[in-house]
Ligand binder design. Sequence first.
Ligand code: ADP
Ligand code: ZN
Ligand code: ZN
Length: 716
Amino acid sequence: MVATARVAVPVPLPQLFDYLAPARGDMPPAGSRVLVPFGPRRLVGLVLGHGEAAEPNSLNHGLKRIEQVLDAGLVDPELLELLERARRYYAFAPGESVNLLVPQALRRVKPFRLGPPDRVAITAAGRAADAGRARRQAEVLDWLQAGPMAREELLERGASAAVLRALMEKGWIASASAGAASTPQPGPELNIEQRAALARILASRHRYRAFLLAGITGSGKTEVYLQAARRLLRRGRQVLILVPEIGLTPQLIRRIEARLGLTAAVYHSDLSEGERLACWQAAASGQARVIVGTRSAVFLPLRRPGLIVVDEEHDASFKQQDGARYHGRDLAVMRAHLLGIPIVLGSATPSLESLNNAAGERYQLLSITRRAGSAAPPRWSVLDLRGQRGSLHPALLGAIERHLGEGGQALIYRNRRGYAPVLICPACGWSADCQRCDAHMTVHQSAGRLQCHHCGAASRVPPRCPDCGEPELHALGAGTERLEQQLQARFPDVPVWRVDRDSMRRRDQFGRLLTEIRRGQPCILVGTQMLAKGHHLPAVTLAAVLDVDQALFSADFRAPERLGQAVCQVAGRAGRGERPGEFILQSRQPEHPLLAELCRSDYLGFARRLLEERHAAQLPPAIALALLRAEAHDARQACAFLESAARCLPAAGLSVQGPVPAILARRGGYSRFQLWLQARERPRLLQVLPDWVEQLHGLPEARRVRWHLDMDPLEL
Ligand code: ADP
Ligand code: ZN
Ligand code: ZN
């Protein structure tokens, strides 16, 4: 037998590959980045462990040597452990490990050269440093005391590239996007509930503890975790803040930086390869003190971690929906546990998963029940849409008029972009449907197109009914585009801003609009979820949710939870400033018990009731659920695979249902089916799944379908 390194390579195959030590040098330790031959190619892989293989002989001529060790021990054992647990838990292919742990720039076979940063700032260490006799270095540090400078300017003033490099290596200067210091702005004085929450977090600053910071919108949760972060930063620790989507929260980053007196290192998938690498390195070296990132940032290396925060922990975008289907929030908790540091999950509308964990005392619940400062929660009312034509109730229009007249802003939430969700022929009943999905095409009027929001298919709006020739087709219902037109026609004197993925294509557009809105002039905002996410818009006094009825009757058991979250988040946008807020809900089912509950109690009351229902119905989080999904052009093949898969599952302790069709049973031309695997105890599921998934790769039916396992699925 010979010793081998077990290497993960970025290919979608379910196994690790064995390699011999390089011709010269030792066997690299786990976490090393290596260059390996792979078939006709060379790939950058990651050593995840070591093993043994039979001596190379004529039979296993596949056993090759590592060609080169690029970085020995690049990835810390702590992260390797996190990855190993994640891999076992979510059953993803080992090759994904490389993608998760190694930034793209370091996965290239040709070395990637990181240029010096465009803007340079002095770090806290740089301020305290004594450059001694290195006169040129001292000079640069001196210039930077006044604030970050462009690299060009430094070079013009006479700093050489070598001096900048030397200062970078010492950690005295950094990219202005990582670790630059300024004077922290003092925050407001915390109220009693905030102080209690902060004290509990700080009491655990040296050990693992998960906190669920649940406080109504505008209750000052962000202030609490920023103050906790400040304490830990002062002790030289790093703080990692995970947020759902960076593009939607430009103001949050500015606020974090102002309050903490540091430039945050920002990490998300829209960055260039070089920017991502720079952030990764700054996190690893400890230069980046505060890191704000989306879910993938949970895998960033940290030198001196002190605190993890997950903001808006209920947000579904923490779950990755392809490849390694991990949940960023849940891995963050796992990571805090491995690191022995506290983690704060914050939300005004916590997920039932987290509430269940709080009920089981795995998380400590910190609740804030009042709005911070002088702001009061908005007044709620429900408008009955039955018997009304059009999608805006006259009483809602009246309320908008009133609020605008009083100098307020109105925010109208509609979870549907485009002009109208359906186009029909009034003569024969034809409707514009996607050829490849079980779904209607959405009318996009300004583009003159029909679009499928599930598969992206698009076509021109037909001039007449393709079936009977009728020239007058009807667009039914209203999406944000149509609402924008209707509201603009009704209120011609105020700006109407539409906020959705169609109107806010460029990343900076939304940020600029938010700045405009915050100037406080009367206006109407109409938009999708983008509008509901945590923004602080002090001049908004009226918020409304237009259509909740679909969610009340959805086949998805999570629909009521999502509905409650959206409703409370939208309601929470109203009245955050001086003036009191009002919230209006339109429904054709105003007496529905869920709506009644939502209006009667607060979100936590509503959520606890839903949680009881989940327990009664034996649905997550009362039990553990995994889905085995399969899709194929031919539905029979998808089902045949799932049936074989079910047959080789060890039954004890598991309940298996299916194959059942997915809620969207056909998408992009594929028929989609799934197997529900449920267990009372999560460990039971984890015990059987990894081996089972490995076995599935060998099933003959597997080759005819696309399939994957989804642990703790959010979509059905
Ligand atoms: P949340 O994160 O719960 O939505 P924020 O922390 O964003 O709440 O606070 C909402 C607003 O109230 C912010 O403008 C914040 O500066 C302010 N605020 C927070 N705490 C206090 C406090 N104790 N006193 C006065 N204002 C506060
Ligand atoms: Zn027709
Ligand atoms: Zn489609």
